[in-house]
Design a protein around this ligand. Structure first.
Ligand code: F6R
Length: 240
């Protein structure tokens, strides 16, 4: 795993944006796998600036997001579709018809998962996947468990994830209890992966990942089997 240690959140955000920008320049019609949450917000702000200055164009880019709450309508301000529009899509020259987020209102979420993976396959796969990590080591919404599911699927959120995400909702009770998420296999099928991590509260998960052992109790450790992962981490989230 390549590891890039950054001084702070701003440096991590700029570094990740550089990697995405390089991907877009190398392959203007690339497929980007995108994440939500607090971690990538600064990266998106950098990408918007690079698009506005003319450095990069999203005209031919396709995006596929990692996950979406279930059930939740895309117009809900806490939905990940809303987040992506707010932080990136509304501010860059991307064709929204080529931006995909799992459908939080799917009548048949199991079928939505299968269709989502088939759609990613039909695009030729993901060129570069952006990930954040949960304090418990989740990636996407693949939570620690005795087994992990390979494909995109509907999953129960753990109490710790519901509590961590309650900051975005009016109350903990209004956080949806389920999500649609790319599975570990979907994530690992990306050709390149960057994992962004910021903050001392993520250090335990980062150190577990860097131990190199693979365990379903820390889903991020599965990144150790991938050949092209770059960890971009702030210095307070890693012991050296
Ligand atoms: C978001 C996602 C999650 C987050 C993780 C960290 O699409 O899949 O795995 O990356 O929960 O969230 P933040 O960045 O808010 O700490």
């Amino acid at each position: 795993m390549n590891v890039i240690v950054c001084k702070n959140y701003d440096e991590m955000s700029a570094c990740a944006a550089e990697i995405l920008a390089a991907q877009i320049k190398e392959k203007p019609n690339c497929v980007l796998g995108l994440a939500t949450g607090s971690t990538p917000e600064g990266m998106y702000a950098n990408l918007v600036a690079k698009n506005k200055s003319g450095e990069i164009s999203f005209a031919d880019v396709t995006s596929v997001n990692l996950d979406e709450y279930y059930p939740l309508e895309p117009t809900n301000e806490q939905s990940y579709r809303y987040f992506m529009n707010y932080h990136l899509f509304d501010h860059v020259n991307i064709d929204k018809a080529k931006t995909f987020v799992p459908n939080g209102l799917a009548a048949d979420p199991a079928k939505e998962g299968q269709d989502y993976d088939a759609m990613i396959d039909s695009l030729g796969g993901i060129d570069l996947q952006v990930l954040g990590i949960g304090r418990n080591g989740h990636i996407g919404f693949n939570e620690p468990d005795s087994y992990l599911i390979p494909g995109t699927h509907v999953t129960d959120l753990t109490p710790s994830t519901i509590a961590a995400n309650a900051r975005f909702f009016d109350s903990e009770e209004s956080v949806p209890k389920k999500a649609l998420t790319m599975g570990i296999g979907t994530i690992l099928s990306a050709r390149k992966i960057i994992l962004m991590v910021s903050g001392a509260d993520k250090k335990a998960a980062v150190m577990k990942l860097l131990e190199g052992n693979i365990t379903t109790e820390c889903p991020a450790t599965f990144l150790n089997v991938h050949k092209n992962v770059t960890l971009i981490v702030t210095e307070d989230a890693i012991d050296r």
